[in-house]
Design a protein around this ligand. Structure first.
Ligand code: ZN
Ligand code: ZN
Length: 481
């Protein structure tokens, strides 16, 4: 049995393990990653110097989830293959059950160790259905994370800098699972659920650490023009497109990545404007983008406003031919893809294929929770039922589904205190008629093509993709072992 206390093999400082069975702890003095075994303590090397988010969790924070008290005992920082980092928090419930808490795009997940057999990672692909225990999940991301740094105790013992493969899965009604394929050894399944921050009842440890409730408006300086930009979703935004000069920069590194020829575009919903509407949340307008797709040589473009509320996460207000739609994420497991390519079903209702194609980002302003770039392209497909649309966006490694319903211009104008909203430009009798006659012809033509191409292909996909995407990029799940 390994000791609970001893001297750091690197600096000699005293090290105390708080938990009985965690294999590794970061020396608070020299930041070496110290593992314990029957042979004593050993350092696997120093963890990287990273600045942990001051709006995340930290060791020593406590909380209560569904009447079960827990304590945060460790946190880790991982790096996505596409760049960017994310944090995960290792917690121990009072009853001894280990779990990971993570946050991505304002959505929190709690997933505890589950004694079920995971599928092999080889051949595992996005959109694939996977059964874990009694629950039917859909794979939403297959990727890997490089273990950069940690604090406190963690349930794995690998060298800092090692990459670990993982898969994230979405289940019905907010169910969530992550499979850590680690290195060697048995993969570990952590299963749980998506929750709101308020469901975790976090009590920060204090001492200068105020935790996720302490989110406050901050500012960054545009690294291109020097203008002061309020950070509207601190801790969430990956890229910011300057409202004054249009430059697209990385929030973390303050590096200018792209210049956009135009800036100072006057937006119908100004960045930073707050409005209480839809789902009872106080939404802040944090981003704006124009995207387009090409249909039979003709370009069709539409606008999307990104809305954020700390407890609800992100939503979109899409303006397409003057029709406004409020859009939220949909769990992949809540979409029945058995009718592809012609249709999908959600909650027993069938949505028919409306159109499909490559959606390109043409212009952005404000903040985005993923690494948006002008030119970013995803394969997008829309399925329609009455005024409701279910959409799928797919890249090579991720698939995301969303659902939208038509909202009135009056409701948006009242909530955000604006006037002069868009007038419908399409056939007003058809609320979602983006492409009117051309769309119908396109849809028919595409459907035929689709039927031919996918007649023998696997369903459960909304088309094949390239890189990029507004999905879970840069976040993702990672369990330890
Ligand atoms: Zn040390
Ligand atoms: Zn600027």
């Amino acid at each position: 049995m390994a000791n609970a206390s001893g001297a750091c093999p690197s600096c000699g400082a005293r090290i105390d393990f708080k938990l009985g069975d965690t294999p590794a702890v970061v020396c608070a003095h020299c930041r070496h990653f110290v593992v314990r075994s029957d042979r004593g303590f050993e350092s696997l090397g120093r963890v990287a110097d990273v600045v942990f988010s001051d709006v995340g969790l930290a060791p020593g924070d406590r909380g209560t989830f569904r009447e079960r008290p827990f304590e945060v005992v460790g946190r880790i920082v991982l790096q996505h293959p596409a760049g960017g980092t994310w944090e995960e928090y290792f917690v121990r419930f009072e009853d001894g059950v280990p779990a990971w808490i993570a946050e991505a795009q304002g959505r929190w997940t709690v997933a505890q160790r589950a004694p079920v057999a995971p599928p092999a990672i080889a051949g595992l692909r996005v959109s694939q259905p996977v059964r874990l225990g009694d629950e039917e999940y859909v794979v939403v991301e297959v990727s890997s994370g490089t273990f950069l740094s940690a604090e406190g105790e963690v349930p794995f013992a690998v060298k800092p800098g090692a990459a670990r493969a993982f898969a994230d899965l979405s289940g019905p009604n907010g169910a969530w699972a992550t499979i850590d394929y680690g290195e060697g050894g048995e993969p570990q399944v952590y299963a749980g659920v998506e929750v709101g921050l308020e469901d975790l009842a976090i009590r920060p440890r204090g001492g200068g650490h105020e935790g996720p409730q302490a989110v406050r408006v901050k500012e960054i300086q545009c690294p291109n023009c020097g203008a002061s930009l309020p950070l509207l979703a601190p801790g969430q935004s990956e890229h910011v497109a300057c409202r004054y000069c249009g430059a697209v920069s990385e929030v973390q590194t303050r590096k200018v990545l792209q210049q956009q020829g135009q800036a100072r575009e006057s937006l119908w919903l100004p960045l930073g404007r707050k409005g209480r509407a839809f789902e009872g949340a106080a939404w802040t307008v944090i981003g704006y983008m124009r995207r387009s797709t090409s249909i039979e040589g003709e370009r069709f473009s539409w606008e999307e406003y990104l809305l954020y509320d700390a407890s609800h996460g992100f939503r979109w207000l899409v303006i397409d031919e003057g029709v406004l739609r409020f859009t939220s994420n949909l769990g992949a497991a809540d979409v029945d893809t058995g009718g592809l390519p012609r249709s999908v079903a959600v909650a027993g209702a069938t949505y028919r294929m409306r159109n499909e194609g490559a959606a390109v980002v043409d212009f952005v302003l404000g903040e985005f929770y993923w690494k948006v770039q002008v030119g970013e392209t995803v394969q997008a497909a829309d399925y329609e039922r009455g005024g409701q649309i279910v959409s799928c966006e797919r890249s090579a490694t991720e698939v995301t589904w969303s659902q939208s319903h038509v909202v009135t211009r009056a409701a948006v104008e009242a909530a955000f205190e604006v006037t002069g909203g868009p007038e419908p430009t399409g056939d007003a009798t058809e609320p979602v008629g983006r492409r009117s006659a051309a769309a119908v012809l396109f849809a028919i033509g595409f459907l035929v093509l689709f039927l031919i191409i996918f007649a023998t292909a696997a369903s459960g996909s909304c088309g094949s993709g390239t890189a990029g995407g507004r999905g879970y990029g840069g976040s993702g799940g990672f369990g330890g072992k």
